[in-house]
Design a protein around this ligand. Structure first.
Ligand code: SAM
Length: 466
């Protein structure tokens, strides 16, 4: 069977079964634009006779397909079944980002142990780690194993854990399908399967939703309030090698008038870790409950009951605001901890390992003598001028990062002059002196004092780095 699964992966790649090809065929506006309600439309769009269309009908649309319409595929038991000359798939098998093929359970979640496929949080999380060679990685709550498969491409060994044995079976299957040999699966609750072990990289998209329910193992941890988030943020540092990174998708409660990062700062105290809170959004309890219960909205009675149940739960726990985001933790030794919040748009985030490394290095740059630091504009930066051609309003200049978190800031004329001096690494003091020399009546001290707050912000956001 093992060899047949590898051959199945090779045959799908050979047939051009890629995320782009599927998106084009089904006219999807985004990788997550697939809607089960559009099945009749999709079946017609994929109704031609090409092998790619047959694969889409078989593996994404749940249709039976004549065997001779398909490319030559090994009939892996549990995955493909035959009925006379027809073949049907027993699972969904979708091409995801970065050429990963991902099998998962078919259809909308309705079973408690359902294993889900590729989603926006899955993709966003997968884009955060660097692809630098490392020794060991942990994917905690691995589901279908997307994070483990990405990690296996640059880590010597990967441990993938889950409480759901079906998820581990999917991870093992998907690893083989993608030609990955170095993923070990372990069953167990949260960090229990890796007690006493440390990793260079931890990635986790755990069942982080703060909910009173225990309907779905992928969504509900069964733990009270946000204690899953608290427990992981407190415990993960112990499982990181020095210099190691953890990236974890979380939801947590915070005071309605308090910065969302305040609880994370408290949980990290004394751990010797720095952290970035990639804060996607905060919601009031009703909006949060509505968001997570969207699948029920076609059943008004069940939807109303869920909204009341969830709202009562938050009232009982005194929860007034709920944050969603990804916490990036880096272990650096010592006992202090520093935390900064950035709010990128999840849909925009690109491969961000290098950008996150700059953001974490920024803590030391800003705690030291910044004027003595050689700084330069980061790779992937672009300037853009926006304004009317007739000069009726002054143009605005926007500085963007086309890589990483894809942030943007507006810069003024004075800052632009300084940034022009920082195309190559150069001590900030020297660049400020060069700008002052071009000005008629400003000393380096005056230029420095005027620009330092903006330079600090650019370092904090990773536009300028040492
Ligand atoms: C939101 S899914 C994420 C799946 C996958 N890692 C991804 O990024 O798409 C959460 C996963 O955590 C698993 N899980 C739930 N409770 C767990 C626990 N107590 N310990 C470990 N894993 C758990 C679920 O079975 C599910 O596979």
């Amino acid at each position: 069977v093992t060899e047949a699964i590898r051959e199945l992966g090779a045959a799908l790649r050979e047939a051009g079964y890629t995320a782009d090809a599927v998106r084009r065929l089904l006219a999807l506006e985004s990788p997550f634009g697939f809607s089960p309600r559009e099945l009749p439309l999709y079946l017609r769009l994929a109704g031609g006779g090409s092998p790619l269309e047959a694969l889409v009908r078989l593996f994404l649309l749940g249709a039976s397909v004549p065997r001779d319409a398909l490319p030559l595929l090994p009939l892996v038991p549990g995955v493909l079944a035959t009925d006379g000359d027809e073949v049907r798939a027993l699972v969904d098998l979708a091409p995801a980002d970065e050429d990963v093929l991902l099998a998962c359970d078919r259809g909308e979640p309705n079973e408690p142990d359902q294993v889900l496929g590729f989603s926006l949080p899955t993709r966003t999380l997968g884009r955060l780690p660097t692809r630098e060679p490392i020794g060991s990685a942990l994917d905690l709550g691995c589901g279908g194993g997307y994070q483990a498969i990405l990690a296996a491409r640059h880590a010597q060994r990967v441990v993938a854990t889950d409480v759901n044995p079906r998820a581990l079976a999917f991870t093992r299957f998907n690893a083989l399908l993608n030609g990955v040999e170095n993923v070990e699966t372990r069953e167990g609750d949260l960090l229990a399967p890796v007690a006493g072990e440390r990793f260079d990289l931890i990635v986790s998209n755990p069942p982080h939703v703060v909910s009173p329910d225990t309907d779905f193992v992928f969504r509900d941890s069964g733990l009270e309030g946000d204690s899953l988030a608290e427990g992981l943020v407190r415990e993960l540092p112990r499982h990181l090698e020095e210099g190691g990174f953890a990236h974890v998708v979380l939801s947590w409660a915070h005071g309605p008038d308090e910065r969302a990062s305040v609880p994370v700062e408290r949980w990290l105290e004394g751990t010797g870790c720095d952290a970035l809170v990639l804060h996607h959004a905060s919601y009031d309890p009703l909006a949060y409950a509505a968001g997570w219960n969207r699948p029920l909205r076609f059943d008004p009675a069940a939807y109303a009951a869920a909204l009341d149940r969830w709202r009562d739960y938050y009232r009982r726990l005194g929860i007034e605001a709920l944050a969603e985001g990804i916490v990036v933790i880096r272990r650096r030794g010592g006992s202090g901890s520093r935390v900064r919040t950035i709010s990128p748009t999840p849909e925009e985030i690109g491969l961000a390992g290098a950008h996150l490394a700059r953001l974490l290095a920024a803590f030391d740059v800003l705690d030291g003598d910044i004027l003595a630091r050689p700084l330069a504009l980061a790779p992937g930066h672009r300037f853009e001028q926006v304004g009317p051609i007739d000069g009726s309003a002054p143009p605005r200049t926007v500085l963007r990062l086309e890589e990483g978190l894809r942030l943007e800031v507006e810069v003024d004329e004075a800052l632009l002059r300084l940034l022009a001096e920082l195309a190559e690494p150069r001590p900030l003091r020297e660049a400020i002196a060069a700008v002052a020399a071009q000005a008629e009546d400003a000393s380096p001290e005056q230029v420095g004092a005027a620009l330092l707050p903006q330079v600090t912000r650019l370092v904090e956001l990773g536009f300028l780095a040492a």
